[in-house]
Design a protein around this ligand. Structure first.
Ligand code: AMP
Ligand code: GLY
Length: 422
């Protein structure tokens, strides 16, 4: 098969890496890809939002299967567009992807079907939102309705911080149109967990749970990012809690989407908080997580192409999906200044040494320049260590992370520390 992956981040590098292992795959194309993906696939310089050009390219090759990585093209209907041309594509249609594209849609859906999530109110008017907010107490959570590259959420520790976040979103419009509608919701206390599932309608096949680290600095300090590191499995979280989340949250949500005439096909990502009252939903995403994919896909023993084809052919429920017992830890190396503004074009050294140590290096924001690999994004690389348990995987990830050098490199030093503390 000739496969095309849409996207160019660390998640897409992990997807390309997993597809490459399949003996059903002859060629992989990736649009637009990055400098790391280029070693496994042919990168095609077409943006993820250029549906017409992507379709034209897919017909020309011709591509047998398209796999979509990021949220934006899904929210904009890339799956609908390819399906209209009869090109097989894996991912949810626009109406199902709305579970990520609109937090308000998601919250209303969960409320309607009685699925556990934080209490909330939604607003389109700044004065009304402010008046409501002033009647609440901190900590409290303010969210822009639309997509904001993982940064449209403020967990405010003080009312002052909450009011500033609301003003930034609704008045200063730092997230543009995404801030026209906001959700103000109850702060949930507990540990977070991500469960990604292969979903086809009501069929839900959960992957092993992972944990992300959203804040930029050690000890969960500083502003939220797209994710600074992940690990899987979660040895300190009982399987019964994972099962409860699947039975009470993920399966009912897949079923609710079917009932609403928006059947979901693709990877459904549940971001959950394990509260003292059990798991509750923080968010749903309509795609694999980044950097969750980087630790979950290396643990997948079944051919990813078989899973995708089974989903497209209505056989997902019958497939035997196997996972390795090995642990994986991903440490993100970020550019100076990230998640704020950051420089690009800094030369990266030591990649070969890190790889020689056995780490998997998934490129996120990199580019090639005059034979060198340079930084080209906020999150630059995901360094994945694997081992018999979290401790071993973790020390391998950090050894490799230390072997890689670029000016201004920063990363969290406490990825997966929670798992070891218990
Ligand atoms: P989201 O983009 O909705 O996943 O939010 C980003 C991050 O903000 C989450 O991963 C949590 O760490 C945090 N967060 C979001 N909503 C809540 C909530 N209701 N209570 C506590 N933390 C939250
Ligand atoms: N790592 C969180 C996300 O992909 O949204």
């Amino acid at each position: 098969m000739r496969v095309m992956v849409i996207g160019g981040g660390g998640r897409e590098h992990a997807i390309v890496w997993a597809l490459k292992k399949s003996d059903k795959v002859k060629e992989i194309y990736c649009a637009p890809g990055n400098a790391g993906i280029a070693s496994l696939a042919e990168c095609v310089p077409i943006g993820v939002d250029r549906f017409d050009e992507l379709i034209r390219f897919a017909k020309e090759i011709p591509i047998d299967l398209v796999v979509v990585g990021p949220d934006d093209p899904l929210a904009d209907g890339i799956v609908d567009a390819f399906e209209a041309e009869n090109i097989p594509i894996y991912g949810p249609r626009r109406n199902a992807a709305e579970i990520e594209g609109s937090k308000i849609f998601m919250k209303h859906l969960l409320k309607k079907y009685g699925i556990p999530t934080a209490q909330y109110e939604t607003f389109t008017d700044y004065e009304q939102a402010l008046a409501y907010l002033r009647g609440q107490s901190a900590p409290i959570v303010i969210k822009a309705d639309g997509l904001a590259a993982g940064k449209g959420v403020t967990v405010a520790k003080t009312m002052e911080e909450a009011e500033k976040a609301l003003h930034d979103m609704m008045v200063a419009k730092v997230f543009g149109e995404s801030g026209n509608r906001v959700v103000i919701e109850e702060f949930l206390e507990g540990q977070e967990m991500s469960i990604l599932s292969f979903v086809d309608g009501e069929i839900v096949r959960p992957m092993p749970a992972a944990q992300d680290h959203k804040q930029v600095f050690d000890g969960d300090k500083g502003p939220n990012t797209g994710g600074m590191g992940t690990y899987s499995p979660l040895p300190h979280i009982p399987q019964s809690i994972v099962d409860e989340a699947v039975e009470r949250i993920i399966k009912p949500t897949a079923k609710a989407l079917v009932s609403e005439g928006r059947p979901f096909r693709g990877v459904l990502f549940a971001g959950l908080m394990i509260t003292k009252d059990g798991p509750k939903t923080i968010e749903f995403n309509a795609r694999m997580g980044d950097p969750e994919a980087q630790v979950v896909l290396p643990r997948l023993e079944t051919d990813l192409v078989d899973i995708i084809l089974a989903s497209l052919n209505g056989r997902l429920g019958e497939l035997d999906i196997r996972w390795s017992g090995e642990a994986a830890v991903c440490v993100i190396l970020a550019s100076e200044g990230y998640p704020g503004s950051y420089p690009k074009g800094r030369e990266i050294e030591g990649l070969a040494d890190a790889e020689a140590q056995g780490a998997l290096i998934f490129h996120a924001g990199t580019a090639s320049r005059d034979g060198a690999i340079v930084t080209n994004g906020g999150r630059v690389l995901g360094v994945v260590g694997r081992g018999r348990g979290i401790a071993e995987a973790r020390s391998r990830a950090y050894e490799a992370a230390d072997a890689i050098r670029f000016e201004g490199k920063h990363y969290r030093t406490d990825i997966a520390a929670k798992a070891l503390r218990g």
